[in-house]
Design a protein around this ligand. Sequence first.
Ligand code: RB5
Length: 148
Amino acid sequence: MEIGIAADHGGYDLKVLLRDFLIAQGHHIHDFGAYEHNAADDYPDFVIPLAKAVASGEVERGIAVCGSGVGASVAANKIKGVRAALINDHFSAHQGVEDDDLNILCLGGRVTGVNAAQDLVNAFIKARFTQEERHLRRLKKVKLLEEV
Ligand code: RB5
């Protein structure tokens, strides 16, 4: 899968580990930075380019990491076509895709440990939107908000 990944300084260490984890699984990773740890950097500078790449289809899914995952999810959801959520549990990592067509997984680099993050990423990447009528109906209502 073509997967984009991005992080600020709060998520930098976890991003590097997850990038290598996904590459080892054979995924093609588009790294939107940060490319070094810089305590003065700002998460929108990395998350917004990732979100635009997801929205345009350049990558199929995205993973955004900041310190808490909150700022990353807030910023990513400003981009039309993006459905991003801060995820801290296995169920939501796959159900968010299956029911809500989640396309960006947000994680907190200061919150979620490496093993848990790898499990969340695996659940997210392997999940597929079900296309069930009730989910399409709900998603259509959400998408209408992007036209307001
Ligand atoms: C950066 O210090 C931190 O505020 C940021 O990574 C993130 O946690 C924001 O939600």
